[in-house]
Design a protein around this ligand. Sequence first.
Ligand code: ATP
Ligand code: MG
Length: 410
Amino acid sequence: MLYHLNKAGFEAYLVGGGVRDLLLGLHPKDFDVATNASPEEVRAQFRNCRLIGRRFRLAHVYFGREIIEVATFRAHHDQGEGEGHMENGLILRDNVFGNLEDDAWRRDFSVNALYYNIADFSLVDYTGGMQDLQNRELHIIGDPVTRFREDPVRMLRAIRFAAKLDFQLETNMAAAIIEQAERLSDVPAARLFEEVLKLFMHGQALRTYELMREYHLFKYLFAETDALLDSHGAYLDPFIRRAMVNTDERIRAKKPVTPAFLFAVLLWGPVRKRVELLQEEIPMPDALRIAGDEVVSEMVKQVTLPKRFSLPMREIWQLQARLEMRRGKRPWRLLENRRFRAAYDFMLLREQVGEPLTDLCQWWTAFQQEDEDGRQRLSRALPGNRPARKKQSSTKKKRAASPVLANNST
Ligand code: ATP
Ligand code: MG
C-alpha cells in the first residue's frame, strides 16, 4: 500500500495509533496512512477504495477484511489550500491540505504525530512525540484551550489515550479539559456515538470510566446516569465498575464485547429509577418497556444510538422481567432467546451489587447446566403461582454462591 503510493510518485507514511502502539510494544489495532496524494488521487490508485466523510474527507482502502484509512496531509486553516470552515473556533470542515510538517502540527497529541517512512525506515517527529512516549505523558500539540475549542472530541480522546496507554495527562491540558468540558455539548450526537464506542472497547474501560467522571466529561455522554451517580452512587457506581471490569477481561481474553450490553449497563440507572416510579401503576414487563423507551429517547438527544444497538439493549432490559417469570414452558422458551445469555449476565451483575436476586440467579445457572430431567425437576420445584417480584430497590447485600460471572460468554 505504502510502496504502491511511493511508486506512483507520492509521499506516504504510517502514522497515528499504529506507529504509537508499535513503539510502545502494544498490538496496533489498525494502521493509518498519511500522504500528499489528494483523496481523489488515492482513489485513482486503488480499485478497492472509497472516499468517506465530509467534515474530514479521507480514503478507505480495503484489503480483505482490513480497512486502511488514508488521509491527505492537512494544514492549519490559515495556511494550505482546500476547504476549511470554522465557527467560533470550532472546526466544521477540515479539508485544508498541506505538507508533512503542517500535517504533524494539526494532529491531536504528540504521540499520535509520529510518522514512519517505509522508504528509508526513518521516523519523523516534529512535535516531540518520542520524548513524550518515553516519559509516558500525553501532550496535546499547541495550546490546549484552542485545540479543544477547535474540536471538543479531543477531550474524550485525551481520556481514552491516557487510560488505554496508562499515560499521565500533561497538567495544563488536564486543567483545560475541566475548563472546556462544556463544549462537548456542541458536538453532534452521531459523532459522540462513534467516540463512545471507542472509549469503552480498548481494554481499559474501567480506567476510562474513572477518568471520565474525574474530569466531568461523563455527563456530556450520559447526563441522567451521571446525575444518579452523584445521588445514588452506592448502587450504580459498583454496578458500572463491575461491568467495566468484565468488559476489560473479555477483551483481554479476546472474547467479543457487544456495545449493546455496555449501553444497557450505562443506562440501567435511569431505567431502574423510572421502573420504580411506574411500577406502582403498571405491571412489571410493561413498566420496563416504557422506562426503556423513555430513557432511549432522552439518550439520543445527546448521543445517537443506532437501532442495531438500542434494540438488543432494550431486549436485555425487558428480559430482566421475563427471567423472573418461570411458570410452565417459559424457561425453555427463554433459553432459546438470542439475548438470553446477555440478559442472564446482566442479572448476575445486578445481583452482585446487592439486588435480592441470589435465588433467581442460582436457579438460572442450574437450569442452564442441567439436562432435560434436571430442568423438569427445577421447574417442578418452583412454588406454584409465583407472581413477578415486586420492588427491586432493596439494598440488602446477599452473596451468590455460584462463581458465575467468571465464565460468562455472551
Ligand atoms: P486508535 O488506536 O484508537 O486507532 P488513533 O490514534 O489511531 O488511535 P484514530 O482515530 O484512528 O486514532 O486517528 C488516527 C490519527 O489521526 C490520530 O493518531 C491523530 O494523529 C489524528 N486524529 C484523529 N482524530 C483527531 C482529531 N480529532 N484532531 C486531530 N487529530 C486527530
Ligand atoms: Mg487508528
